[in-house]
Design a protein around this ligand. Structure first.
Ligand code: TYD
Length: 199
């Protein structure tokens, strides 16, 4: 941990309720008297904006896309993550480089190579929470049935992303959270995990 700061990352495939849990966990740390910074990737900075726009227009090559995510993250680390941790704050992120391993891994890059590139400049979090849900339930939550060609591809990709996230589950800083329950039940589970080691 950096100077009393605490760095928590919440990851998982689309539809697992990450942003709700980031919000709730932030509120909980504030109720404990901590200073909290909530953020997300892609960010609202120039590189993050470009990558979000490309999701609609589909114009980036896989190489460009990977490069944009890395540029976005470099800026995020320098401008927000590192200074906040150095100031002793609790930093909670909705997605980080584990999403690059999963999503760009699904698009043909080696997840371990992506990890190596990121860990050359991006601090490893104190705790990684993987919000886990089977792909059928996740697709239902995001309002997709998975039965058109496009949706079928999405299903296959999410399945692969889930596998890449779960491949991290045995590492010491990683906990998998089952998200089948209500948002409140999931939040309780998250707080139980935090209480066992991270406060
Ligand atoms: P998401 O958190 O779903 O944002 P929004 O709520 O605005 O849709 O992230 C957008 C997409 O970006 C999501 O499908 C995952 C993808 N992504 C990557 O492909 N690589 C990355 O490194 C990150 C951080 C996200």
């Amino acid at each position: 941990m950096t100077s009393g700061g605490l760095f928590i990352v919440i990851e998982g495939i689309d539809g697992t309720g990450k942003s709700t849990q980031v919000q709730r966990l932030g509120e909980w740390f504030i109720s404990q008297g901590r200073e909290v910074v909530l953020s997300r990737e892609p960010t609202d900075g120039p590189w993050g904006k470009k990558v979000r726009e490309s999701a609609a227009t589909g114009r980036l090559s896989p190489e460009e896309e990977l490069e944009y995510f890395l540029n976005d993250r470099r800026q995020h680390v320098t401008e927000l993550i590192a200074p906040s941790l150095a100031a002793g704050k609790v930093v909670i992120l909705d997605r980080y480089y584990f999403s690059t391993m999963a999503y760009q891994g699904t698009r043909g890059f080696d997840p371990m190579e992506i990890r190596r590139k990121n860990e050359a400049f991006a601090p490893v979090p104190d705790l990684l929470l993987i919000m886990d849900l089977d792909v059928d339930s996740a697709l239902k939550r995001i309002g997709t049935r998975g039965d058109t060609a496009n949706e079928f591809e999405k299903r296959e990709n999410l399945q692969r992303c889930r596998e890449i996230f779960l491949s991290l589950q045995n590492e010491a800083f990683v906990r998998v959270i089952n998200t089948m329950g209500t948002p409140e039940e999931v939040a309780e589970h998250v707080r139980d995990v935090i209480g066992t080691r991270w406060i």
